[in-house]
Design a protein around this ligand. Structure first.
Ligand code: AMP
Length: 282
């Protein structure tokens, strides 16, 4: 497995692969790798000749007072995991290598960036769009893999690629969960054992919504209230939002079938998100 730390190295690597006529996949991550990330890598391997993973804790997508400093980092372990998966190359730039000190142009995520996560995390999606645009420019992949876990991010990256004419196909991968339903996340490492147990409430709320829709419930606000009630029944959880939205526009919908359920809650000091597609025909 090759490692590139500079923009020149990763550009060169990608250029060589392209010259050999190889199809390139990109899997962007912030490291602290888990089964969710590895599912993206495995999906990428089925769709490309060369898989490039990036590990970069992007400072510009963290707000003041968020967990940028505390975010788990273990490059040695991550490299071993990626190597064991047969990844071809890993891009591990420093923040200084990624951003020039006088950089000032960023990518505006548009109105989608103001909704949901954007309300709780102002500027987050500008940081995400900017770094993803840079990674797409540096690696020029044919195909790039994103998890549905960060559903709003996926929708915004798709829009960005379409609206800014990036010649890349964005592929979505399903949410990987622990056996008790909790979506795996690097931030789960922050949870105490008691909080870890409480954290399943996000999944329980989503399942409650799914069960209602499967049972014929169509009223979006009724289903949303049921999700809120589930979260409120968990003393360690503080709900941020629980909503049924249009899968593409992320605007709240009145009709539950076919909607995308999205949820965010704090469990102690840790903010977690999750999502589930609601069945469309019952
Ligand atoms: P992160 O390192 O948190 O920025 O995540 C990197 C990529 O992995 C993003 O596209 C995430 O959506 C995806 N991802 C994170 N957790 C999961 C999960 N539990 N299941 C599927 N994909 C995930």
């Amino acid at each position: 497995m090759e490692q590139a730390v500079s923009k020149e190295e990763i550009r060169q690597l990608s250029l060589e692969a392209r010259r050999e006529g190889k199809r390139i996949a990109l899997v962007p991550t912030m490291g602290a790798l888990h089964e969710g990330h590895l599912s993206l890598v495995r999906a990428a391997q089925t769709r490309a000749d060369v898989v490039v993973a990036s590990i970069f804790v992007n400072p510009t997508q963290f707000g003041p007072g968020e967990d940028f400093e505390a975010y788990p980092r273990d490059l040695e372990r991550d490299m071993a995991l990626l190597s064991a998966e047969g990844v071809d190359a890993v891009f591990t730039p420093s923040a200084d290598a990624m951003y020039a000190p006088d950089a000032q142009v960023t990518v505006d995520p548009g109105p989608l960036g103001e909704l949901w996560e954007g309300t709780s995390r102002p500027g987050h999606f500008r940081g995400v769009c900017t770094v993803v645009a840079k990674l797409l420019s540096l690696v020029s992949p044919d195909v790039a893999f994103f998890g549905e876990k960060d559903y709003q991010q996926l929708v915004i990256v798709r829009r960005m690629a379409a609206d800014l004419d990036f010649p890349v196909k964005i592929v979505a991968c399903p949410v990987v969960r622990d056996p008790d339903g909790l979506a795996v996340s690097s931030r789960n490492a922050y949870l105490s054992p008691e909080e870890r147990r409480a954290a399943t409430v996000l999944y329980r709320a989503l399942r409650e919504a799914e069960t209602l829709v499967c049972g014929g419930e169509r009223d979006g606000s009724f289903v949303e209230q049921a999700m809120r009630d589930t979260v409120e029944s968990e003393p360690l959880a503080v709900l941020d939002y629980a909503a049924l939205v249009d899968p593409r526009t992320l605007v709240r919908v009145a009709e539950a079938p076919g909607a995308r359920a999205i949820i965010a809650a704090r469990i102690g000091a840790t903010r977690l998100i999750d999502t589930m597609a609601m069945p469309s025909s019952v």
